[in-house]
Design a protein around this ligand. Structure first.
Ligand code: HEM
Length: 183
């Protein structure tokens, strides 16, 4: 998993829990990397899950909730660093439909070793999308946060239903997303 994901998690944790808490969580986690991340490095996803578990124990927030909040946090970073993916789209559904065949394809060109999930999408109507997330990594809640944040970016309110199933190979989450322009 790309280092930028780790540096962003650290930035979110520092802002919300403070530097001392972050240091304490890293120390207690006894990570192979020692918790020193650079944005260009690559680290095992297990370390991310361990850190989220540590921040969850520290804050009392469920790990699932932290993953979701992290999705919101990182979407702001994506928009700042890669505005081109946003300005060419009119709605969150346009954006979500473009991840598999466009956005993550471009991400793969930038980072050939990126570990990306796969998505299948199907429109149920002009403002309703069914979207299936599949990944060997258990990051469906992070994905949900990204989807929610995507609606916020396009000034929409979204109703998101999610059904997870975990197979021996993959985490699969089916999302049904219904959007409305915000007032
Ligand atoms: C990884 C979803 C848009 C770049 C991921 C992951 C998810 C995800 C769930 C975690 C990997 C996994 O679960 O297997 C989404 C969704 C998006 C979106 C739902 C839009 C709503 C973007 C955009 C960028 C981006 C706009 C811009 C550059 C990345 C990168 C990774 C990633 C760099 C990390 C790959 C790695 O760690 O090796 N994405 N993504 N994504 N995504 Fe996206």
């Amino acid at each position: 998993m790309k280092g930028v994901i780790f540096t962003e998690l650290m930035a979110m944790a520092e802002e919300n829990f403070g530097e001392e808490a972050v240091d304490a969580v890293i120390e207690a986690a006894d990570l192979p990397s020692g918790g020193a991340y650079t944005s260009v490095g690559n680290y095992p996803c297990e370390e991310l899950l361990t850190l989220v578990g540590g921040f969850s124990a520290h804050s009392g927030l469920p790990a699932e909730e932290l993953q979701r909040l992290f999705g919101h946090w990182i979407m702001d970073g994506f928009e700042r660093h890669y505005p081109q993916f946003f300005v060419t789209r009119n709605t969150s559904i346009d954006m979500l439909e473009a991840i598999e065949d466009d956005i993550h394809v471009e991400v793969r060109k930038l980072y050939p070793d990126a570990e990306l999930p796969s998505f299948e999408t199907e429109r149920e109507g002009p403002s309703t999308l069914n979207m299936t997330y599949r990944s060997p990594r258990p990051l469906a809640a992070f994905c949900q946060g990204l989807i929610e944040a995507c609606a916020v970016k396009f000034n929409e309110t979204a109703q998101i239903e999610r059904k997870d199933s975990v197979t021996p190979e993959d985490t699969v989450a089916r999302f049904r997303i219904s959007t409305e322009p915000a007032e």
